[in-house]
Design a protein around this ligand. Sequence first.
Ligand code: SF4
Length: 371
Amino acid sequence: MKNENTPEPVSLPEEMLQRWEERGVGRREFMKFCSTMAATLALPVSFIPKIAEALEADNRPPVIWLEFQSCSGDSEALLRANAPTAAELILDHLSIEYAEVIMAAAGHQAEQAKNEAIEKYKGKYIAVVEGSIPMKDGGVYCTIGGESALNIARKVCGNAAVTIAVGSCATFGNIPAAAPNPTGAVGVRKAVPGATVLNLPGCPLNAENLTAAIVHFITFGKLPAVDGLNRPLFAYGKRIHDNCERRSHFDAGQYAEKFGDPGHRKGYCLYKLGCKGPETFHNCPTVRYNEGVSWPVMAGHGCIGCSEPQFWDAMTPFYRRLPKVPGFGIEATVDKIGIGLAAATAVAFGAHGVISALRKGDESDKVKKEE
Ligand code: SF4
């Protein structure tokens, strides 16, 4: 018998699927892409046709992609994905007007293309910014075509419909802004206070989240809902710890004590090895990286909190556990920290209580408990 809560199966018009096939995107591929986007954006399946229609329509905005103090890791994250990918699907059908990493033009030609795009698409284009912006000494520490990154960001982001800051450098300054921050590096929101900015931190950016943010903008004509740091809630609304596949081991008091020890090999929780998952908001455990293949904690390395502000200063030392959990010193026992985190999480986010984290640990567990 059909359950009344069971969603109706979603189908897309045959002509639409045929048109995508002619463009080299298989129907299953396209269906899967639209479903993944709806799921990533936490939308019901009934929104799949709306997303498909928006992608089909020829009203996608132009993009100007700026790159400042960065390692190009975010461009790499987007471009190195296997074909055909969500990122490709979107990039193939967006109008990329300027992107230093991939454009054929160079030097004055490239700068001219950028300036022409700003004029032509004023107020209509998406500005994507990768890398931090140095403010010290008039912005002399990063110049392109003789113009400071600060001036370029103000001009490009100031005239954009929206700006998406990709990666932790463009959002919070990241490694260039680490103490003593010799160049006065900041993220886009600080450099261009009047711009409408969506922050997508991560080192590097997760390409799925950028794609989903762009799909949201194309589909609804606006950016998704954000948290207090302007990060979209669909991607940063939950802690890493909330969805981690090692969470049952945390709750059971089963921890790896050293890299390569029996607990580590059994997939136990990496908290004692410095995992910052309990303090970090990101959808890594559900979206993962490299086409959903894996992510650091799945591969055996603790989360380093790269999507939190100033993580290079705030989350180090990476291999010591939770050095800055309020109310707990680094010598606090795991059990005590577990109690504190469970309480804070329950109060602030309504997450399920971590009753089992209050246990002293399973006596049959051979992994040595910390003193
Ligand atoms: S502490 Fe880290 S490894 Fe352990 S459950 Fe939380 S996020 Fe996962």
